[in-house]
Design a protein around this ligand. Sequence first.
Ligand SMILES: NC(=O)c1ccc[n+]([C@@H]2O[C@H](COP(=O)([O-])OP(=O)(O)OC[C@H]3O[C@@H](n4cnc5c(N)ncnc54)[C@H](O)[C@@H]3O)[C@@H](O)[C@H]2O)c1
Ligand SMILES: [Zn+2]
Length: 281
Amino acid sequence: MDKSEAQFDETISKAAELVKNARSLIITAGAGMGVDSGLPDFRGDSGFWQAYPLYEKLGINFVEMATPRHFQDDPEFGWGFYGHRSELYRKTVPHEGFSILRNWIERFAFDSFVVTSNVDGQFQKAAFPEDRIVEVHGSIHFLQCQSPCTHEIWENDVSFEIDLETMRSKNLPRCSSCLEPSRPNVLMFNDWWWLPVRTNKQQKRFEAFISTCKKPLLVLELGAGTSVPTIRHAGETLGRRHDATVIRINPREAQIPGPHLSIDSSAAIALKKIEYLLSQV
Ligand SMILES: NC(=O)c1ccc[n+]([C@@H]2O[C@H](COP(=O)([O-])OP(=O)(O)OC[C@H]3O[C@@H](n4cnc5c(N)ncnc54)[C@H](O)[C@@H]3O)[C@@H](O)[C@H]2O)c1
Ligand SMILES: [Zn+2]
């Protein structure tokens, strides 16, 4: 075994100890958590364009695509991106790491919560309870009026058919009050119209959890990038304000200062390795 392998194994066993000794668990997750289920992250322009080659031809990057402007100017084009993602996230099967986490929550009787910037609903799909999840940037599985003429948020049960040559949606969901095309209840870039009502309710439940959860508190951060660092900051803040220890799992940018722990690995591999050690005792 070379030195780096030995170091990696030592980090995994430290992580297993932290899991074993914790009484509460907060799972924080960014787009990297979905990568092992086959979902793209949008890491840099190249990552985004690899997932959506047409946007490279059009010279549009993720920030320019993820904006409410398209729903106003050209809703078929706006829904081309979000409709495609709605369908993709619906048919995705969450990877084994999700069930390992659910199993720990049960086995160690953790007080637990999920905080994610993902809009893909994969934690709900993996049977994490709805009332123990904060989706800080909203969810693609919910819709709102784009004006908005009403503060209502409703479920996205629309089937989308996307022309992959033009990335335009053949059909459009509409607001039942003003009949204009609606938009996903997702916080986009330069977005002054996003309705935070649903996320605010989730946030309130999370605050109540934080004020009563048992210590030691462990934060397990999975696949959170540096370009939109909301999730990384959330974990670091929990570390400072609530005496939590953070385990940051990321194959490319896992660095975090001590006493927290960095694991340079994909989410599924790290979770499986930690689980292997935990199942030995
Ligand atoms: N699935 C989604 O809902 C989704 C997908 C892409 C982007 N977004 C949104 O875009 C923004 C992007 O920020 P972000 O930090 O979530 O994503 P990001 O694409 O900027 O970064 C992804 C991170 O995941 C890491 N990663 C890659 N493969 C991994 C793996 N197998 N296991 C663990 N980590 C892995 C990368 O190194 C990177 O640090 C967020 O606001 C998010 O809401 C959401
Ligand atoms: Zn409306």
